[in-house]
Design a protein around this ligand. Sequence first.
Ligand code: ARG
Ligand code: GLU
Length: 770
Amino acid sequence: MISKRIFAFIAAAWLSIGISAARPDEGMWLPMLLKQLNESEMQKKGMKLSAEDIYSVNQSSLKDAIVSFGGFCTGEMISPEGLLLTNHHCGYGQIQQHSSVENDYLTKGFWAMDKSQELPNPGLTATFIVRMEDVTKQILAGTDAAKTEAEREAIIQKNMATVGKAATAGTHYGAVIRPFFYGNEYYMYVTETFKDIRLVGAPPSSIGKFGGDTDNWMWPRHTGDFSLFRIYAGPNNEPAEYSPNNKPYKPKHHLPISLSGIKQNDFTMVFGFPGRTNEYLTSDAIEEIYNVSNPAKIKIRTTRLNVLDKDMKASDAVRIQYAAKHASIANAWKKWQGENRGLRKANTIEKKKELERQFANWINADAARKQQYGNLMAEFEKNYKALDGITISRDYIMEAANGVELIRYASGFAKLQQLIESKAPQAEINAEADKLERAAAGYFKDYNAPTDQKVFVALMGLYYNDLDKKLLPAAVRTAGEKNKGDFSKLASDIYSKTSLTSEAGVKKLLADVKAGKTNVLAKDPAFELANNINEHYRTQVLPTYTAVNDNLNLLYRTYMTGLRAMQQDKKFYPDANSTLRVAYGKVEPYEPLDGVTYNYYTTLEGIMEKAAMPGVEDYVIPEKLRELYEKKDYGPYGMNGEMPVAFISSNHTTGGNSGSPVINANGQLIGTNFDRNWEGTMSDIAYNPDQVRNISVDARYMLFIVDKFAGAGHLVKEMTLVTDDTSGLPQVDSRKKAEPAKELSEKEKRKAEKAAKKAKKKAKEAAEVN
Ligand code: ARG
Ligand code: GLU
């Protein structure tokens, strides 16, 4: 028998491994802290670069090739002429904008055959990070005196404005300052934003969106999810508004693209702008998400999607109108299901509870800690209790009430009504009316009132039947009581009388408002209902919701301090907040189910297998792709007779990382991130290294599509194609300063020259195919 002492020792060792050792591959790290926190571990995993190669203020580094694409995705520079690579689903809005029935770029793809054909996109931006800085001290200056969270926040806002202004004075730069670790730390990102971003190329949706919603969030995957843009700059290579005189931007660095491909266990790094994660939630918070929020939101969206599916099947016009809406509703819907499955499978709630027990023990072991943290867990509990009824109310308002397009649209008229009621000058009222009128055409192009009316009946029925009656807005409760939860009568009343279901109706209503009629909007039944729901939200939900969240923010700030004091050996990374981060891991398969292993890459073969399945619209492929497959015409991009398409690796990513470069040990581009596996979507809350994989389109598939499929080889010629060990680092004079020249022996010199020649030749051959 194991003696008690040895057992205790083993148990303690286990605990310390489980809790204090940074789990491999987890984390979204700050570029400026890599040297201190991650460099040695990254190199142990095979990385040949230094932290300074990735992020440097003094010389160009990999970060100079990375942009925030439009603020919602990531993009990377892949040529000295400002060519930008991102996902097809990131450029989707732009591709759609330029599409018409005659030039349907969504269906057929788009390729600019020279720069004059590249298409401008007003409003689209690409933002580089010039440098980042820890500004915690400046931002928190004076906050000790604050008596409330609101006061503290006011001081912080003021400090942010001052610090940001000082950092950018006299430059064309911007400054973004964000809280990290719930406001324990603040970092500033100095940014440079380009505004002339042109569409260069996009594959047809049958490649760029291959698999559609059927395959979304899933592995194995075969999507060529990429599109190409180009950054244009003014005379000094600086940002400028669109002008035909602008020149392609010359980036400080562009990523060379590896033709050597990937192997299992290869080092990978994802560099980009992850949006939002919640890795430090308490068990109470996760229980709420797992038991209350996710199931409610999934149920509501299932109901909504069922209605849309039926109508989209019955009519081509509705199918086109609702394609993008359906995709976006289904995207989160599917993710939440994966998230709950993952939380259950990893036993996350129990693990969090165990951590909280340890935290309690740690507090109780020390008087000073008791003083500082004594009430913390009880306060958490109290605040989460206060959210009882509030969370669910909010979920139903966001998902059920606002899932009805008419209600959400009507809410957009609230400001107009306010102006009318407050007797604002007619000019101001007219300006707001004009704004609404301009937006109407776009809105109604993709709106079908009969479909929305069915959604109304279904979702309002859920709203009434699922919630405790005292949580309902008066209008919903009364209507539900009258017809025992059946909302079809109310729906036909509202939809037949409102002015807000057609562009003509809206125009007429706005004309009346402009003519001085003060009561037309207030009397519109859709507006009335929306108003009642919003009023309920503002008075019954929002006050508690805001107050509790303010409290929680303070509690989490304290909790983070405590956790970091308790686990001093653990490396902590802050939650994603749309700032530039580095995640690293390796190319790796996984086991989604007992007895099942998923390989780490897919090939064109799999596209043909899926295309052979009868009747799946998401798997229809272009004939040209089949021809290339049959001829095995892969050029230098295939390998061993196969054409690689996508791969997975264990990098911690989330929404916003779409379009992020996946970079190998040498700093070369091997792929573009576009999704996560379904089993791993819980990584926004708790990372499970066994199950979490990010999904990327293989860079070689991108090259193959551009070159062989689209015949746009001129774009490939712009890029820098490399093999194996060629350095992927910026090749500029400024680097030489930093790396003291080392005298090579004659033999070494000859060897290096030979290798360089070979790589150059290979790259040239590759670029000249076609
Ligand atoms: N799941 C990916 C993301 O969250 C891709 C979404 C777009 N693709 C789609 N089939 N809806 O953005
Ligand atoms: N598709 C997501 C995006 O648009 C990335 C997938 C994820 O959430 O990891 O950013």
